[in-house]
Design a protein. Structure first.
Length: 193
């Protein structure tokens, strides 16, 4: 079991990185990645939401939807679970860390509609993961998202200090950097354990 959990974690975080190989969650990935601090904060929120939503979605599917023959409601139910968790994170950050709450702005509530979070819940059901595997996949996917967004933020902070040709300034260099990161992460696909 440990080996399979390890493989699920490595695959979710690096090989099938939700942002760099599946291109899910691009909006917040590009929008928040201007500063490392904000990127790490959003990554922490995504880790929390994905971990809890993976567990709750698995339990709801296995013990409510599937036994009652209501599998067709999985997407709606998972979205409701994710929305409730994001509201909790938003209230927590607003109360405990107003600076981070302000810096994340619209991207914090957008976690609700972040297709990466919903994608993990649906993929866990599709792969018929048990609770431990679902949580492992959720946490690892969120860690992969956090790695990617923090790396891009570091690159962007460094790029802002450089004198770039006019056609590369702004969005073009950010998209080019993200594309090069995606190519680099493709190298993890050749790992064998």
């Amino acid at each position: 079991m440990d080996g399979s959990l390890f493989m699920i974690a490595i695959t979710a975080a690096l090989i099938n990185n939700v942002v760099l190989s599946q291109f899910l969650g691009i909006c917040s990935f590009l929008g928040v990645s201007k500063q490392i601090k904000n990127s790490a904060s959003l990554g922490g929120a995504v880790i929390f939401v994905m971990a809890i939503s993976s567990a709750v979605a698995n339990l709801l599917y296995d013990y409510l939807l599937a036994p009652l023959g209501l599998e067709y409601l999985e997407t709606i139910v998972f979205i409701l679970v994710i929305a409730a968790l994001v509201q909790m994170v938003e209230m927590f950050l607003k109360k405990t860390s107003p600076g981070i709450y302000q810096a994340l702005g619209i991207y914090l509530p957008l976690i609700t509609t972040n297709c990466a979070v919903l994608g993990v819940a649906l993929t866990n059901v599709q792969n018929e993961y048990n609770l431990a595997q679902s949580v492992t996949a959720g946490v690892a996917t969120a860690i992969g998202y956090t790695i990617a967004i923090v790396l891009l933020a570091g690159i962007r902070e460094r790029i802002n200090e450089e004198d770039l040709p006019a056609p590369f300034r702004g969005a073009p260099i950010v998209l080019l950097s993200a594309a090069l990161m995606a190519i680099a992460f493709m190298g993890f696909g050749g790992l064998s354990f």
